[in-house]
Design a binder for this molecule. Structure first.
Ligand SMILES: Nc1ncnc2c1ncn2[C@@H]1O[C@H](COP(=O)(O)OP(=O)(O)OP(=O)(O)O)[C@@H](O)[C@H]1O
Ligand SMILES: [Mg+2]
Length: 481
């Protein structure tokens, strides 16, 4: 038996009111949707711009690595200078950047909305604002026939999600011509051309996806202390060939070259490279570090497109040691050597590889001759070298050159970087002592510390030979000068 009271007149009025409210809301929703439809339907908007049904147009699409986004933007800017301004339309709707053009048009959830932009570093501390999710109406050809471009910037940190451009227009050939022009301009205005960039496996710092810009450290020739004739050999192979590029081409000689610098840590392999960069100002330089070995193909691709170019693979032994997930013999090193092979002979591309474990590489390189045309050992400095290094790094301290020479003579077996560290430590000791200037005794103490058994590890890290190389009595602190 129901216990509900009988409905009263008031209850009936309230229910009418509720019903009225519901209908009124529905009415408002429909009015808003109608207006929305008229303004925000992508198909309708594009139809208005194109003068035809966008669903009926053939589509040509191309993908580019996401780090090309600033080059795409600069190329689009240049095309606008040529053909007139584009009308740019944004898209609203969840997942729009994962939808291709046809999907956008067929799904009414996608509507006209705000344009997606992305600010991308382009070197020299500058950023470029790029379209990263937008439709652009492009007046193309003599007749300025409108075509529509759906541009998505991709994910710079995900190589599986590249930048994607689709062009829909009445004539497929026009869309193809557009891409041809775009790619020419992308190459001409390329933000990486003539710059030093490194390519990394993952991207958490500032850059364009896996690429980072670098300002190379300037190194003068007289700051590079190497055995007589060694720097000249490297220079002749790297910058010398670039200087004689036209002559060599005219005589059908190949320009592509590979140089391997090997030797103990701290002997100046990277230092030499920094010096060479200053001699190759117009070169595009791509640095591949040990952790980014999977990016070798990308680095080579950049070099191929933006030559003259230099690809630097530091610690190449790391890729030689990588045997891949399924074992096999050095797949990454083989890939590098294949890439070296795949570059046309007449493009000015140089490779510099460095290692301090030549034995890891030797067999693999010897098995594939012709990829590396110069292998140079960058050795520990000899007596004369050490004297020059001590004068270079400690020369500014105001100590007598004879004194420095004597210090240098005591440090047999140390690396070039040792002289630098010894000087810094001497300066620190003088500073702690409260002295205005570094004196002979500071320098002596610095060497004593660095060469002592106590600092054996430091010394080894700085590249000096093991203590056994020194006569026992000389190992005692204070015995070095
Ligand atoms: N031959 C050299 N002449 C002058 N300075 C040098 C020389 N070698 C090294 N140095 C100094 O020591 C620093 C470290 O050397 P560098 O990084 O070039 O060594 P490396 O051979 O590349 O070592 P690694 O094998 O560990 O990479 C240089 O930045 C430079 O200041
Ligand atoms: Mg190095």
């Amino acid at each position: 038996m129901s216990t509900d009271p009988e409905p009263t007149q008031d209850d009936a009025d309230a229910s009418d009111l509720n019903e009225f409210g519901r209908l009124f809301q529905q009415f408002l929703r429909e009015v808003v949707n109608k207006a929305h439809d008229r303004d925000a339907s992508l198909s309708r908007r594009l139809e208005k711009e194109l003068g035809c049904d966008p669903n009926s147009l053939p589509i040509v699409s191309r993908s580019y690595p996401s780090f090309e986004l600033p080059n795409i933007q600069l190329a689009l800017d240049a095309i606008q200078e040529e053909v007139g301004r584009f009308t740019v339309v944004g898209v609203a709707g969840i997942g729009r950047l994962y939808r291709d053009f046809a999907e956008l048009l067929s799904d009414p959830d996608y509507r006209v909305g705000p344009v997606d932009y992305r600010s991308v570093p382009i070197g020299g501390g500058r950023d470029l604002t790029c379209l990263a999710g937008a439709l652009a109406i492009i007046p193309w050809g003599e007749a300025r026939t409108p075509m529509v471009l759906w541009l998505r910037g991709g994910d710079p940190d995900d190589p599986g999600h590249p930048a994607n451009l689709e062009v829909a227009g009445p004539h497929r050939e026009d869309a193809e011509a557009f891409f041809q022009r775009l790619e020419t301009l992308m190459s001409e205005r390329n933000v990486f051309r003539g710059r030093v960039v490194s390519i990394n496996s993952h991207a958490f710092s500032q850059g364009v996806g896996p690429l980072r810009f670098h300002e190379p450290r300037e190194v003068d020739r007289d700051q590079v202390i190497l055995p007589e004739g060694l720097l000249e050999r490297i220079e002749r192979q790297v910058s010398g060939i670039a200087e004689q590029r036209d002559f060599l081409r005219a005589h059908h000689q190949h320009l592509k070259r590979g140089v391997l610098l090997f030797g103990p840590p701290g002997t100046g392999k990277t230092h030499v490279i920094n010096y060479l960069l200053g001699r190759l100002p117009e070169f595009t330089v791509v640095l591949v570090s040990g952790t980014a070995v999977d990016k070798i193909a990308q680095a080579c691709d950049i070099a191929r497109k933006l030559h003259p170019a230099l690809v630097i693979v530091e610690d190449v032994d790391l890729i030689a040691e990588d045997r891949g997930a399924r074992g096999g013999s050095h797949p990454l090193l083989l890939q590098l050597l294949n890439e070296l092979d795949g570059i046309e002979n007449d493009v000015d591309v140089a490779f510099i590889l460095t290692t301090n474990q030549i034995e890891v590489l030797e067999r693999a390189l010897a098995a594939r001759p012709g990829r590396v045309d110069l292998a140079v050992e960058v050795p520990l400095p000899d007596r004369a070298g050490r004297r020059r290094l001590f004068r270079l790094y400690a020369g500014g301290l105001g100590l007598d050159e004879d004194v420095l020479d004597r210090f240098a003579d005591r440090c047999e077996g140390v690396t070039a970087s040792f002289a630098k560290e010894a000087t810094r430590r001497a300066t620190l000791i003088a500073g702690v002592r409260g002295s205005e200037r570094v004196e002979e005794r500071d320098f002596r103490q610095s060497l004593d510390e660095l060469l002592s058994q106590r600092d054996d590890l430091t010394r080894r890290l700085l590249g000096a030979r093991m203590t056994d190389d020194y006569p026992t009595d000389e190992r005692k602190p204070g015995n070095y000068i």
